[in-house]
Unconditional design. Structure first.
Length: 247
């Protein structure tokens, strides 16, 4: 009999999670529907850094008859996801808040509010800051009989993976700051383990980017910057926490 309330609570959490996921899926479909109407323009924007890096007579090819169609579908989904990402983080906030104390809710509210914008900001950083440099580096290998003819499908796979990866990277300060606010990590812990974090960042750069040193550094350097910002955020929250404890 004593396990019955626990089972009911677990079932209620699953039902709540199901409702949140359905809402996120519906929002994604709405975002996809909006962005699909501009799929050609969106792909033109997505491929603009590569086209500019290619210089005169830029050409992109496709090797399968259905490849352009599915690329447009994927572009619309990617743009739709970026468009509604703040709403997804908001749904996540509403899901976890019932299990938090009032002070914890107030501490997490700015984090959740900013998380969607940080994600989009990371994707924009990858698009404007990394794409032009990275593509120019790769295209410099096109000499003599080696001519660059990027395929639209392969380019979308690379670009989308990098955009999402940089979006996740920019979430690091928010995540570590929230953990510091709850006492799970401390400034001393983050500072002491900085060298291990640096090694982990370069490993992540090797996994999430093409296998070359330039791309790995382009991913690792923003991670290092985000980590240092996390330490600053932890210091600020730590001071506030001490004041609260003194009061």
């Amino acid at each position: 009999m004593s396990s019955l309330p626990a089972k009911q609570a677990f079932g209620e959490h699953l039902e709540e999670l199901r409702k949140r996921l359905i809402r996120c899926f519906v929002a994604l479909l709405i975002g996809f529907g909006i962005c699909y109407n501009f799929k050609e323009k969106l792909f033109e924007i997505l491929s603009s850094p590569l086209v500019e890096a290619m210089g005169q007579n830029p050409e992109m090819i496709y090797t399968g008859l259905t490849e352009p169609f599915f690329v447009y579908i994927k572009v619309a989904f990617l743009a739709g996801f970026l468009l509604i990402s703040p709403y997804i983080f908001l749904e996540f906030w509403f899901f976890i808040t019932p299990g938090l104390y009032k002070k914890e809710k107030m501490a997490l509210l700015p984090v959740v509010f900013l998380s969607g914008f940080f994600f989009v900001g990371g994707a924009l950083f990858g698009y404007f800051g990394v794409f032009p440099i990275g593509f120019k580096f790769f295209l410099d290998f096109s000499e003599g009989v080696i001519v660059a003819r990027p395929a639209v499908g392969q380019y979308f796979t690379l670009a989308s993976k990098l955009l999402i990866a940089f979006g996740i990277v920019f979430e690091l300060p928010l995540v570590l700051t929230a953990l510091a606010r709850f006492g799970i990590v401390s400034v001393e812990f983050l500072t002491k383990n900085r060298k291990y974090a640096l090694l982990l960042f370069f490993i992540c750069g090797a996994i999430l980017t093409p296998p070359d040193p330039v791309s790995q550094c382009m991913m690792a350097v923003p991670l290092i910057i985000m980590y240092e910002l996390s330490i600053i955020g932890a210091k600020i929250l730590g001071k506030k926490k001490e004041v609260e404890e003194d009061v």
